[in-house]
Write a protein that binds this ligand. Structure first.
Ligand SMILES: Nc1ncnc2c1ncn2[C@@H]1O[C@H](COP(=O)(O)O)[C@@H](OP(=O)(O)O)[C@H]1O
Ligand SMILES: [Mg+2]
Length: 260
């Protein structure tokens, strides 16, 4: 190997280092939220404190570990000016599924993702009350098995806001819906194979789906909008209209059914 190739070309962290940091911070924020949950009674006060305290902890930790980078958090400023054109942008949801967290269920999570020059490169999802933690770099690959015609396709959807496209999908494919709360919970259900797809429409924000999308892609799943276009990341407006996460064979079958 030449001397020139031994020279470090950049002081920027590697993608594996960023994914490991995302995992570490999602896990630590989750631990804080578990502690707060155990110290408070169920209700709105727990929910609001969870949102605020997880945000403060996570954003402070990112500032310490990656002082040069921009951060977009659900609980932070929505003014695009400070992050516009940022080379490296962390997109975080310190507490996704906050109403469930307030009530005391286990369908809530912490999302930490990194976008570099507009491309989603790393992310981690923690589901602390379920003891689950996954990151884009170390998540196990999902096998791309074909659609099984002998059974219904299991499609996880929002518990509170089911997508209107279900009717169109069910007219073409045999579908059984699995309502779950929180985007990370639904995404990890696709990753662990307990469902075939996660379908959402009617709106979301980049903090809701950036880290889940990173983990899903790391596992070899396909992540797009419902018309097959890529999801937007790092836009001035963090609104993200709809999404589909599934293994490639299922993704193709669903997109084809929706575009008929
Ligand atoms: N129609 C919609 N408009 C805006 N946000 C939505 C939405 N549907 C779902 N979301 C957000 O996406 C996350 C997952 O939702 P769901 O559990 O219904 O699938 C939630 O984030 P928060 O819990 O962080 O607010 C929720 O607010
Ligand atoms: Mg959210």
């Amino acid at each position: 190997m030449s001397a020139a190739r031994d020279e470090p070309t950049s002081t920027e962290p590697t993608i594996a280092e960023d994914a490991a940091l995302a995992r570490e911070l999602a896990d630590a924020t989750g631990a804080l939220l578990l502690g707060l949950r155990d110290d408070t009674g169920p209700g709105r006060d727990r929910e609001y404190r969870g949102d605020a305290e997880a945000h403060r902890f996570l954003v402070d930790a990112l500032r310490r570990h990656r002082p040069e980078d921009a951060v977009l958090s659900e609980e932070g400023t929505q003014d695009p000016a400070p992050r516009r054109g940022a080379h490296r942008l962390w997109i975080v949801d310190p507490l996704d599924g906050s109403s469930g967290y307030g009530r005391g269920g286990d369908e809530w999570g912490v999302h930490v993702a990194l976008v570099v020059d507009g491309a989603l490169v790393a992310g981690a999802v923690a589901l602390p009350a379920r003891g689950e933690l996954a990151d884009s770099d170390t998540v196990a690959p999902v096998a791309d098995s074909p659609v099984d015609d002998r059974r219904d396709l299991l499609v996880t959807i929002s518990r509170s806001r089911p997508p209107v496209e279900l009717r169109r999908l069910a007219a073409v494919l045999p579908v059984r819906t699995v309502p779950l709360s929180a985007a990370g919970v639904k995404t990890l259900a696709v990753v662990d194979g307990s469902v075939d797809a996660y379908l959402h429409s009617g709106g979301q924000y980049e903090w809701d789906n950036a880290a889940p999308a990173a983990v899903a892609r790391g596992a070899g799943l396909r992540v797009t909008r419902l018309d097959g276009r890529p999801l937007p990341f790092g836009a001035d407006d963090p609104y993200s209209p709809d999404l589909l996460i599934a293994r490639p064979a299922v993704h193709e079958a669903i997109i084809e059914a929706l575009l008929r």
